[in-house]
Every structure is written in structure tokens, then in C-alpha cells.
Design a protein around this ligand. Sequence first.
Ligand code: NAD
Length: 266
Amino acid sequence: MIAPDFPQATSGGDLSVFGLAGARVVVTGAGSGIGRAAAVLFAQAGADLVLADINVDAVEASGDLVRAHGREALIVPTDCACPAAIDALAEQAAAAGPIRGWCNVAGAVAKQTVVDTDPADYARMLDLNLGGTFWGCRAAARRMIPHGGGAIVNISSNAADEPIGGLALYSMTKAGVNMLTRTLAHELGPSGIRVNAVAPGFTLTGMTAPVGTDLDAVVARNAARSPLGRVGSPDDIAFAMLYLLSDASRFVTGQIWRVNGGVTMP
Ligand SMILES: NC(=O)c1ccc[n+]([C@@H]2O[C@H](COP(=O)([O-])OP(=O)(O)OC[C@H]3O[C@@H](n4cnc5c(N)ncnc54)[C@H](O)[C@@H]3O)[C@@H](O)[C@H]2O)c1
């Protein structure tokens, strides 16, 4: 026998918790790949978007896709490797209304051995992938705390779980994103802010399909590593991000969601 006020296991059929109706969501790296797919999906789920990217033409084009779904898109050209630029992004976003969701997606990959790395390479990768996420979380939290909560989604990588020669810098930044995510879940939970990360596996975007790659061979090699027999699409990652932003995940925080077709199962 359970107490009468014990939370019931049924949603009462209300699936709106899976949506983002009326929410304002910031997405960095929104000009391409995963960030663009997420922005469009969030618009379809009812959110208004604040889109940031260093590539102005690309993020403007993402804004058009959001508006085509009847939602607002505020475009803020931003270099996410620069903490002051991220604060300026947050100021503009907050001026438009309370921020309920913030996704730190902007990132880059560098393939080089440690032996061949110089301090400028190190700073570039750390400043964007880890610094951009760190300062993005701070900016988001500072705006969400006065409004009683929100959700932050960071983008990690399966590279944080498996050592791959030539990817030390990239993997270090993503491992840092994982620990930042878990630490912040503790710091911000009492303020009603949930912090999670999605760790994609190989996903077909501009990052993984640069001009000149033998794409068929790369895709086949990565698909063969997955029990599902394929590589990821930006939408595969965006679906997980939507869940983690929405109230459907209201009891989920501090988690690293591996969306990689089962390539790693730590
Ligand atoms: N594609 C994959 O296989 C994969 C796997 C794991 C993790 N990720 C992560 O997913 C995220 C998105 O990558 P993607 O695959 O969509 O790549 P992408 O290259 O398609 O998109 C990255 C976006 O970030 C923007 N960007 C780059 N530098 C920036 C800066 N300094 N300031 C602001 N914006 C900047 C780019 O202009 C681009 O629009 C990255 O954090 C990446 O590390 C990707």
C-alpha cells in the first residue's frame, strides 16, 4: 500500500512535456551540422531560438529554417572561443526574454599528435571546445538562476571515452566537458537548473566530411563499429538534445548521454 500522495506513475496522457512550447533556447554552433539540426527541431517543438555561430552566413541560413517553422530566430554572430563574446550573446538573448534552455554545441576537431602540437594549437582547442562550453554554462546559469531554473545541454564526444592516436587535444576537451557537466549538475541543481551532455559518435556533418575525404570508406569503417550498422545523422543527436532540454527529462541531471549507435558502452 502506498501513501495517497505518492506521485502516480501516469502522465495522464499529457505528452506536451516532450515539447518546448514557449521556451527560449540558445544554441551555439548553430550554423551547421548538429547545431543547425537541433535549432530546427527545437523550433518544430515550439521554441523560439537564439542562434550563435562564428560563420554569419551559415547561422543566418539556420535562422531562415527556424522562421519557416513559425518561430523566432535571433541571430547573434559569436566567437565562442571568447568569454566576452559569450557574455554579449547571453545579454542579447536575455533581453529578448527569459532563457529556458542553452546548448553549447560550437566546437572543432584537430587531428595531430602530441609531438606535433604547439602552444597555439593547444590554446585554440582548449579555448573553443572547453572554454566555450565553460563560459557558456556560466552565462546560461547566471541568466537562469533569477528565473528559477532551466536546462543546459553540452556536446561531448565518444572521443572522451576512447583514446585515439592524434586526438589527444580534442579528447581532453571533451573529457573536460563531461566533468564540467557533472560538477555543474551539483552546483546548479538547487537552483532548478539541470545540466546534461550528449556525447555523439561519428555523425555525418561538415566536421566529419571535410572536402577531399574518401567519405564512403570513412562511413563504412565507422558504421561497422556500431551494432546498429550505421553512422549517426545530426537529427539522431538533436532528438536526444530535445529530450534533455524538455520537461520530460525533469529528473535527469549530470548525465553523459552516449548517442553513438552502441559503439562505446562504458
Ligand atoms: N560530427 C561528429 O561526428 C561529432 C562527434 C562527436 C562530437 N561532435 C561535436 O558536435 C559539435 C558540433 O559539431 P558538428 O559535427 O555539427 O560540426 P560542424 O562543423 O558541422 O558544426 C560546428 C559549428 O561550430 C561553428 N564554430 C566553429 N568555431 C566556432 C567559434 N569559434 N565560435 C562559434 N562557432 C564556431 C562552425 O561555424 C559550425 O557551424 C562539436 O562540439 C563537435 O565536437 C561531433
